[in-house]
Design a protein around this ligand. Sequence first.
Ligand SMILES: *Cc1c(COP(=O)(O)O)cnc(C)c1O
Length: 351
Amino acid sequence: MIDIQALLRDNIKNLKPYSSARDEYTGNVGIFLDANENSYGSIPEGKLNRYPDPHQRKVKEKLSEIKNISTKNIFIGNGSDEAIDLVIRAFCEPGKDKIMIMPPTYGMYKVAAEINNTGIVEVPLTENFDIDTESVLAAIDEKVKIIFICSPNNPTGNLLNENSIAKILNSFNGLVVLDEAYIDFAKKKSWISALDNFNNLIILQTFSKAWGLANTRVGMAFACEKIIDVFNKIKYPYNVNGVSQSLILKALENEPDKNKIVNVLISERNKLADALISLDFIDYVFPSDANFLLAIVKNATDVYDYLLKQKIIVRNRSNMIHCNECLRFTVGTDEENKKLIEALKKYGAEQ
Ligand SMILES: *Cc1c(COP(=O)(O)O)cnc(C)c1O
């Protein structure tokens, strides 16, 4: 077990958190004259005049049932991006400490570190997009406080090796953030059930992908109570708005609908992969455990520009390490995917 207190920045350890009106009185009946809200209502009408629950209790209770984990191990954020920022802010002394990332990967880890004036150690994935475990372990020094691992990885779409993840968790005396934004689409289960064994593990999930709620900006972090307490201590008091909280609660009550949509997306993904690989200017489609496909495309930037002219927007990932001539295709609806393939066929015919 890792001493979480010892990893914390001193200023965060010593911080007395802001106490909001809804922290100091938590009942929900009465005459509320404590928070300088507008007692007459809101413009436009819609009962939005009261501050939301700062601790998202109802959402956490429902999530606790679904994920089979105590509410004390759940943090709800303004997107999982909030948790990425909070973990760096709480544990990395600006100008001194570092995080480790494994490119090609999600861009926010680096941006959040740079905003916090935190150094970045890059240990690229191997050419087949898996963890270079030996290099990761060799690159750890006393300044590296957090290792970010994204599995399934964005933009490559693959799950990373579980033994490598376990090895890092067991060998590293800092925190490991495992970003599971795409876990609902994967053939392996979440690492949530391993939280009891690793108090240095932080798992990120999101409502932005499988749940289809990117607009609500809600993400989750699961970790030991000490880490969750730190996040709650430093987050903005009302970090998740009430409209989003009630929508998320409704979504959680309809979990089977999410599973249905995930199954549709997976079957569309597999169809799309077959269609892409049948095109002679597409050299390879990487296997995917996510809701997108990375493909090696001849003259990728040319193809990207061609699609853009047809108002089909994909992601050009050609500039990322090991992703030379790679485009990333999000799986669309059946109709959208057909239009994409039609456009690509037309491109092929014009060459
Ligand atoms: C999309 C994505 C997220 C989601 O971020 P939110 O802030 O929750 O919308 C997180 N991690 C990765 C790797 C992603 O691709």
